[in-house]
Design a protein around this ligand. Structure first.
Ligand code: IPD
Ligand code: CA
Ligand code: CA
Length: 261
């Protein structure tokens, strides 16, 4: 059993509160008003309501921290701490009544993610991590898988988004990957949960283009603290700026880089 730090407690409390709205709205999906933000990228009233609850709770507990959140953008306060929020990751699943989506909050300190939480309200799975203190699923320690052969792995990816300029590139990578190795590839529709599942050892790797910081912020620390790697497609650190993410257990990173070349 682990002891939560004060910041993790704040994040857990905010997630639990917001998840009541998520669960209620998921139950009445047909009543949700849907507005089109852009092709393939829907925003629901629920996203906005959930974002407001999260931000209100986080600011109440930590008034000086800054915020970057998917729907409202930046709130700049004078502090070296910043919450990075995706109120619902997996909105398309949510809209179609598919119970696979999550609330994701990362905490950045001096440009480094130091805490993360990904909460799946339907399965009541709370994934948390803090720098130096390990990764946990509902308070049980998590570790990445130890599978070392790609043929025995399951790999996640997502996209490409319809309007993405990298669409052709992403499709080529998918084809290349499928042709080179016989590893099963899954697209489950929530990058945050993909990363949480790598940290939990359920799957072994993820590659994807064009993910935003709020999609991956919490996942980064969950995977690192569970013993995994997060890099760009070449094994380098600039994955946030480049928006090309390769996240793996500690065994298959090199092989994945080779396959994606
Ligand atoms: C999306 C999901 C999806 C990924 C997209 C993201 P959203 O986030 O993480 O798995 O493929 O690139 O935009 O829109 O559901 O928050
Ligand atoms: Ca997202
Ligand atoms: Ca979202």
């Amino acid at each position: 059993m682990k002891l939560n730090s004060a910041n993790i407690n704040v994040m857990v409390k905010a997630c639990r509160k917001a998840s009541k709205t998520v669960i209620r709205d998921f139950g009445e999906i047909e009543n949700l008003q849907v507005s089109l933000k852009g092709p393939g990228d829907f925003v629901t009233n629920c996203d906005k309501k959930v974002e407001k609850i999260l931000i209100d709770e986080l600011l109440k507990a930590r008034p000086s921290y800054s915020i970057l959140s998917e729907e409202i953008g930046e709130i700049n306060n004078d502090d070296s701490f910043k919450w990075i929020i995706d109120p619902i990751d997996g909105t398309s699943n949510f809209l179609h009544g598919i119970p696979h989506f999550a609330i994701s909050i990362g905490l950045e300190h001096n440009k480094e993610i130091v805490c993360g939480i990904i909460y799946d309200p339907i399965k009541d799975e709370m994934f948390t991590a803090e720098k130096g203190n390990g990764s946990y699923l509902n308070n049980q320690r998590m570790r990445v898988s130890s599978r070392s052969k790609l043929e025995n792995c399951i790999i996640f990816t997502g996209g490409p988004k319809r309007n993405s300029k990298d669409r052709d590139l992403a499709l080529k990578e998918y084809n290349k990957f499928s042709l080179k190795v016989l590893t099963p590839i899954r697209k489950l529709g929530s990058a945050a949960l993909d990363m949480a599942y790598i940290a939990a050892g359920r799957c072994d790797g993820l590659w994807q283009r064009n993910l935003n910081y709020w999609d991956i912020a919490a996942g980064i620390i969950l995977i690192k603290e569970a013993g995994g790697f997060v890099t760009d497609f070449n094994g380098n650190d600039a994955y946030i700026e480049k928006k090309t993410i390769l996240a793996t257990n500690s065994r298959i990173n090199k092989e994945m880089i080779e396959v994606l070349k």
